[in-house]
Write a protein that binds this ligand. Sequence first.
Ligand SMILES: Cc1cc2nc3c(=O)[nH]c(=O)nc-3n(C[C@H](O)[C@H](O)[C@H](O)COP(=O)(O)O)c2cc1C
Length: 455
Amino acid sequence: MSKPQRQLHLGLFLFSTGYHPAGWRLPEARADGSFDPRFFIEVVQKLERAKFDFFFLGDRLATSATEQYSFPSQMVRPEPFTILSHLAAVTEKIGLIVTVNTTYAEPYHVARMTASLDYLSAGRSAWNVVTGADSRAALNFSREKHWDNAKRYDYADEFVGIVQRLWDSWEDDAFIRNKETGQFIDESKVHAINHVGEQFSVEGPLNVARPPQGQIPLLSAGTSERSQELGAQFSSAIFTGEILLEEAKKFYAGIKSKLAKYGRKPEELFIMPGLVPLVGRTSEEAREKYSELSSLLVTDFNLTALSNRIGIDLTGYPLDGPLPDLSLSTLPDDKAGRLAGLAQRASGHEDITVRELFYYFAATARGHLLIVGNPEEVADQMEEWFVQEAADGFNICPPYMTGGLDLFLELVVPVLQRRGLFRTEYEGATFREHFGLARPDNRFEKKAALQGAAE
Ligand SMILES: Cc1cc2nc3c(=O)[nH]c(=O)nc-3n(C[C@H](O)[C@H](O)[C@H](O)COP(=O)(O)O)c2cc1C
């Protein structure tokens, strides 16, 4: 079979205790990786051996002790720049994605830190731009409340524009370093940005030279209209949490159709849904692990969230009884039936109980698609999403660590490679090169060239 033109892109979205809320309770699972530098190194080096595009750290600026049964991996974790700077030193090819929340930051700081990480990693960094999914952050940053969506994205739009100009404030060839003459730089190649806007005034130039990638790639992950516009304008990849194929295809087509108005082509933006692969050597082995994880959930089986999810009030339905008539759901387009279909597929049979439906959505409470199966079954679903243009790649969220990751790397990646869907060697060494993205010209350099031509 000839090699398809498009290939999947794969990254790891790290949840140190596993994506499944009970992942850390498996006897073989790491429960204490978050604060062990060796854990991070072991994981990132495995990913690099498997030729992954990137290692990604999300971030929030608040926590509480009450999340232990729902989201233990997010309660405590080290700061992403610090970890990634450490990992840059023990890897050579893999991309490193840092999350920075613009709502509680300053563009000059962020331009400086991201550019520094790009230097430490020799051009492997990327920035996941978030405006803050967690409103409690406001209380940690001397504010009374988290801004609304419009204000957060007004701020983010201006913020990103400033950071991008700061990255360009030094032309690539600004450094002369002539030992004989003593000239260190060419002053005409260093530019102030003189930004005065609604939210910020930033003079520049940045005190870090232009990053190795020129412009560091941006990623975004929002669902609102404003976030999608930000993604269409600036991002190289968009992370999504869509779990139904038809909806994912609509999202994919919708975002790609927005690109033209920003002068961009569809192949310049990659759509990457999250995926939780629960892999076994056989389907039975995968299902056994799924049952084991489900049985380890600490829950009072409150059905409110699940009722909202499928649009049917489940209170009063016996946990071990059959599902109600899903056509009664308030959701359109048989969405409830299709959501239940995901749980049926994961459970391996059609006649699932309310309890089994609960287990599936408890495992995916944070919104990503859980696939339970043998390597071929997992690869089949990935291929289906890829071929049908619901995804350009996946943000892999292993359900438990590190076994859940190991099985994916050992068993599923080779299947994808055999099918020609995933690389067997790195062709490049920077984040941009992994995605086939050109290194942009410096906007100030262009201006200088134009002025030169006019004179
Ligand atoms: C895969 C993925 C990763 C995300 N990572 C973060 C994160 O690390 N920090 C954060 O504050 N929000 C994160 N978000 C949330 C989004 O940035 C966004 O705020 C949220 O989806 C709500 O959308 P909106 O901002 O358009 O309203 C993530 C979302 C997705 C789908």
